[in-house]
Design a protein around this ligand. Structure first.
Ligand code: ATP
Ligand code: MN
Length: 462
C-alpha cells in the first residue's frame, strides 16, 4: 500500500478508506484502554490523530511510541468525535521506524524559546513554527519564479565566485586555495595571488547585479535568485552573512517603472501566501504575532508612498524625536529612521528615491544636481529596507567619471564598461532580500529564524 500524505487525508475526508501514513509523533496521551497519537508528516501544520485500542497492540510497542519517534501506521479513516478535525485514523497496524528516547530527545515540551531552538537547528524543523515558516518560504520561492515567468522574464544564474565587489563596500569573503600559513610572496612581501587557483584575488559574490545587467542588455528582462554573501559584522535581527537575493534587471525601464514593478511584485508575493498558506499563517498569527494577517492584508491594499530621500530627511528632522543614529542630509538612513517613516508617519510601505550619491554604489544613474542618484529603496513595516534598487548609469562618460571619482580600478571592470560602449540603453533593477521577505510574511522578528541553517558572525554550526 502506498503512503498517503496527511494533508491529502485531511482534505479527502473519505470515511472507511484504508490508508498507510508515515510521520513523527508530536504527542501521545490516553488511558488504559486507548492511546491517542498526534502524527505530523510535514505536509501540513495539522496533525492526524491516530486512535489505537490497546487490546489490539502489544504493550511494549505502545510504550515505545514517544514524542519525536517515527511511525508507519495502517488503518481506516473514521469520523472524529473530537472538535477541530474531520477525521482520525483507527489504527490496525503500527510499526516504529525510529525511536526517540524521551530522556535525551530535546523537543519534549511545547513552547521552547526561539533562542533555544536556534541551538538545536538540526531538530527545529520538527516544530510547528519552523514547519510553517519553511512551507511559507517554499511557497514564496515558487511564487517568485511564477511571477517572473508569467511576465516573460528569463531566470539567469550569475557567478557565486567573483573578482569584483559590486557594492563597493569591501565586505567580502575571500575564496582561495593558497596555504594561508605559507602563501607565495611577491618581491614586495605581499601575497602573490597570481599563484592562486584563479590566478587572481577572488571572493564570494555580494550581488549578481553587474552580470545580470549584461544579460538584460540582450534578453531585455531577466532575474537572478541565488545566494549572496556579506562579511559585515552586523549582529542585527535583519542581517545574515549568507542570504538569498532576487535581482530583476530590465532594459528600457526607468526608475518609475522600476518602482511600479517592485510594488506589484511584493503585493503579488504577499497575496500568493494569503491565498495558498492560510493554515500556516493562521497558526503563526495565533502563536507568534496576532497582527500578522492584518498587516499582510494592509500592505496588499495600500498604495506605497513615494518620496525623495531629501523630503524624508525633512520629515525625520521635524519629528522632534531623538534617534540613536544622527540625522542630517548625507547620512544613511538606519532601520529606526526607516521604521518611523513607515510605521508612524505614513502607516504604509514607503519608497524613497534620489539618495545622496556618496552613500550609494557607483553604478546608479546620476541626477543633474550633481549630488543625488536615481536610487530607490522600498521600506516595510518592522523590516525597514526590504528592497534596494536604482536606474543604472547607462551613459559611458558619466559612468567612467564616477568610477574615477571613487578611485575604482577601471581596468578590472572593463567588461561592465563595455556594455555602455555597445548598444547601451536606459535600464533599471533591484534586489529583494529573500529572508527579509520571509521575515515580513511570517512575522518572525529575527532573520535567523526564517532560514534553516543561518550563517552569522561567530556561527557556522550545522
Ligand atoms: P542594509 O542597509 O539593510 O544593510 P543594504 O543597503 O546593504 O541593506 P543592498 O545592498 O541594497 O542592501 O541589498 C539589497 C537587499 O538585500 C536589501 O534591501 C535587503 O533586503 C537585502 N540584504 C542586504 N544585506 C543583507 C544581509 N546582510 N542579510 C539579509 N538580507 C540582506
Ligand atoms: Mn548592508
Amino acid at each position: 500500500m502506498q503512503r498517503t500524505k496527511i494533508i491529502d487525508l485531511l482534505r479527502s475526508e473519505e470515511i472507511g478508506l484504508k490508508v498507510r501514513v508515515m510521520g513523527w509523533v508530536r504527542t501521545r496521551r490516553g488511558n488504559k484502554n486507548i492511546a491517542f497519537i498526534a502524527l505530523n508528516d510535514g505536509s501540513t501544520i495539522h496533525h492526524l490523530q491516530i486512535v489505537a485500542e490497546l487490546e489490539k497492540f502489544d504493550e511494549e510497542t505502545i510504550k515505545r511510541i514517544t514524542t519525536g519517534c517515527a511511525l508507519q501506521v495502517e488503518g481506516r479513516l473514521v469520523e472524529s468525535p473530537a472538535k477541530g478535525q474531520p477525521v482520525e485514523l483507527a489504527a490496525e497496524k503500527i510499526e516504529i521506524l525510529g525511536e526517540a528516547n524521551p530522556e535525551s530527545y530535546p523537543l519534549q515540551k511545547k513552547g521552547h524559546s526561539l533562542e533555544f531552538l536556534r541551538s538545536i537547528a538540526h531538530l527545529r524543523p520538527r516544530t510547528n513554527t519552523f514547519g510553517a515558516v519553511l512551507r511559507i518560504r517554499h511557497a514564496l520561492a515558487f511564487a517568485i519564479h511564477k511571477f517572473f515567468n508569467d511576465k516573460g522574464f528569463v531566470y539567469v544564474n550569475t557567478p557565486i565566485i567573483t573578482a569584483t565587489d559590486a557594492e563597493g563596500a569591501g565586505e567580502m569573503f575571500r575564496v582561495t586555495t593558497l596555504d594561508i600559513n605559507h602563501p607565495p610572496r611577491k618581491p614586495d612581501g605581499g601575497v602573490d595571488f597570481s599563484k592562486d587557483f584563479f590566478g587572481r584575488e577572488t571572493n564570494l559574490t555580494v550581488s549578481g547585479q553587474l552580470e545580470a545587467e549584461l544579460v538584460a542588455l540582450a534578453l531585455s528582462q531577466v532575474y537572478t535568485f541565488g545566494p549572496t554573501f556579506r562579511a559585515e559584522n552586523s549582529n542585527t535581527p535583519r542581517h545574515l552573512a549568507e542570504f538569498w537575493m532576487i535581482e530583476p534587471e530590465m532594459a528600457f525601464y526607468d526608475i518609475n517603472e522600476n518602482m511600479d514593478l517592485a510594488e506589484e511584485f511584493l503585493k503579488y508575493l504577499i497575496s500568493y501566501t494569503l491565498e495558498h498558506c492560510m493554515d500556516d499563517l493562521k497558526f503563526l498569527n495565533r502563536m507568534c504575532d496576532e497582527d500578522l494577517i492584518n498587516r499582510l492584508e494592509n500592505v496588499v491594499q495600500s498604495k506605497f508612498e513615494r518620496l525623495t530621500y531629501t523630503e524624508a530627511m525633512t520629515i525625520l528632522e521635524s519629528s522632534g524625536l531623538k534617534f540613536e543614529f544622527p540625522l542630517g542630509w548625507g547620512n544613511d538612513l538606519q532601520a529606526e529612521h526607516e521604521r518611523y517613516l513607515v510605521e508612524k508617519h505614513f502607516g504604509r510601505p514607503v519608497i524613497l528615491t534620489d539618495y545622496p550619491k556618496n552613500i550609494k554604489a557607483f553604478y546608479m544613474k546620476q541626477n543633474h544636481d550633481g549630488k543625488t542618484v536615481r536610487a530607490m529603496d522600498v521600506l516595510f513595516p518592522r523590516i525597514g529596507e526590504i528592497i534596494g534598487g536604482s536606474q543604472r548609469e547607462e551613459n559611458l562618460e558619466a559612468l567612467l567619471d564616477r568610477i574615477h571619482e571613487l578611485g575604482m580600478n577601471e581596468k578590472e571592470l572593463w567588461w561592465y564598461i563595455d556594455s555602455r560602449r555597445f548598444g547601451t540603453v536606459p535600464h533599471s533593477g533591484f534586489g529583494l532580500g529573500f529572508e527579509r521577505l520571509v521575515q515580513f510574511v511570517t512575522g518572525m522578528s529575527n532573520i535567523r529564524d526564517v532560514i534553516p541553517f543561518p550563517r552569522t558572525p561567530q556561527n557556522a554550526e550545522f
